[in-house]
Write a protein that binds this ligand. Structure first.
Ligand code: ATP
Length: 310
């Protein structure tokens, strides 16, 4: 039985992501690393219920909820505050977040909350911004937030926030190995800096990867998966070596660290094989949780809006 929804509440769902390719360039004068990345949204979601309230506040349940701040550091809280400021509205909201995406796992869970909160508050407050305007606010909140709004598969340049949709056919099946000792994105970039001091090159995406996506061919795609943050992530989280060893013993086509890690995503040839790989990795007892997901998945989307009269 589902819980009754409070009158006026808006329920929005946004996806977590994996990076099929993440090429990193040396830090620029603005302190940021130029990136060339290909995101794919997967079927692991954040649910945000926006309920009318006097003030802006956040509560969190679900996967790793105890590790997520509920004050103004929470990205969903910041998203609601930014929308209120940008539209000059004096309104409150209680954002009730149910987490499905691992926290500090390199899958953009906080970014998904921010994207979902932007859309939910826009609907709740009737501010009626166009998707493009929401996209601009999303980019102010973080490099991965615009992608959580659009979902599917997309190329991200700049800080990862200059998005172009990518053509991808069919479904790709992934096995996720989740490690609970999260890594923070800045520490992984610092480790990358140490390993690549003096590097001079511009990050780029391989044409072969884009062609494999168009063909919808997981075997071809596997050969072009790439993550420049993988080596520093493994250095910071040595448990990942055991995870890769476990995937090596299965029919996974290829495994790679997702974003800044430590989640490892392994590409399977089909859904049935993904289930068998997950069972084998579970058995090897190298990760805290093993999940099967697929991509691409939709971006932030309204699930339900409860009218006052109901
Ligand atoms: P990314 O890959 O986007 O860099 P991530 O997926 O590795 O990030 P998140 O779970 O998005 O990691 O969050 C990283 C940190 O941000 C957490 O450790 C947490 O303290 C803080 N944070 C702020 N808001 C949220 C939120 N709504 N959900 C999760 N973490 C949040």
């Amino acid at each position: 039985m589902t819980e009754p929804r409070p009158a006026g509440a808006v329920h929005v769902r946004a996806p977590g992501k994996i990076n099929l390719s993440l090429a990193v360039g040396p830090k620029g004068e603005d302190g940021y690393h130029p990136l060339a990345t290909v995101f794919q949204a997967v079927t692991l979601y954040e649910d945000v219920l926006a309920v009318p309230d006097e003030v802006i506040r956040v509560s969190v349940t679900g996967r790793h909820a105890d590790r997520v701040p509920t004050d103004s550091r929470n990205l969903a809280h910041r998203a609601a505050t930014l929308l209120a400021e940008a539209t000059g509205i004096d309104a409150g909201v209680h954002l009730q977040i149910t987490k499905g995406v691992p926290t500090a796992g390199g899958m953009g869970g906080g970014s998904a909350d921010a994207a979902a909160a932007l859309l939910a508050c826009d609907l709740l407050w009737g501010t009626g911004l166009a998707r493009e305007e929401l996209g601009h606010l999303a980019a102010e909140l973080g490099a991965d937030v615009p992608f959580a709004l659009t979902g599917q598969t997309a190329v991200g340049l700049g800080r990862g926030d200059a998005l172009t949709p990518a053509l991808a056919r069919g479904r790709f099946h992934w096995v996720l190995a989740i490690i609970e000792d999260g890594l923070t994105t800045p520490e992984v970039f610092r480790a990358w800096d140490q390993l690549n001091s003096g590097a001079r090159f511009a990050p780029r995406i391989s044409d072969a990867l884009m062609q494999a996506l168009v063909a919808g061919d997981p075997r071809r795609l596997a050969g072009h998966l790439r993550n420049d943050l993988q080596v520093p992530a493994i250095e910071l989280q040595p448990r990942l070596r055991e995870v890769f060893k476990a995937f090596d013993e299965t029919s996974a086509l290829r495994a790679l660290v997702s974003g800044s890690g430590p989640t490892v995503a392994a590409l399977a040839p089909d859904h049935a094989t993904a289930l068998a790989i997950a069972a084998a990795v579970e058995q090897a007892d190298v990760a805290d949780e093993v999940l099967v997901v697929s991509g691409p998945a939709h971006g932030a989307r309204l699930v339900e809006s409860v009218r006052d009269s109901e």
